[in-house]
Design a protein around this ligand. Structure first.
Ligand SMILES: [Zn+2]
Length: 59
């Protein structure tokens, strides 16, 4: 399965698309990082792929 992740631009913490999609907007889990991550930060191509295969990610 293709793994889709987003890397925080502020601290480099990697967050899975699964987490982003379920939260839509979330504070970066990185220690001491206040950056806000959004599902829409993912490239459109990756968002489309994720949504097309969402059932595979719901484990
Ligand atoms: Zn961060």
């Amino acid at each position: 399965m293709r793994i889709i992740t987003h890397t925080c631009t502020a601290c480099g913490t990697v967050v899975s698309a699964n987490e982003l999609e379920s939260n839509r907007v979330m504070k970066c889990p990185g220690l001491g990082c206040e950056n806000v991550l959004r599902f829409t930060d993912l490239p459109e191509e990756e968002r489309t792929f994720f949504l097309d295969h969402a059932e595979q990610y719901e484990l």
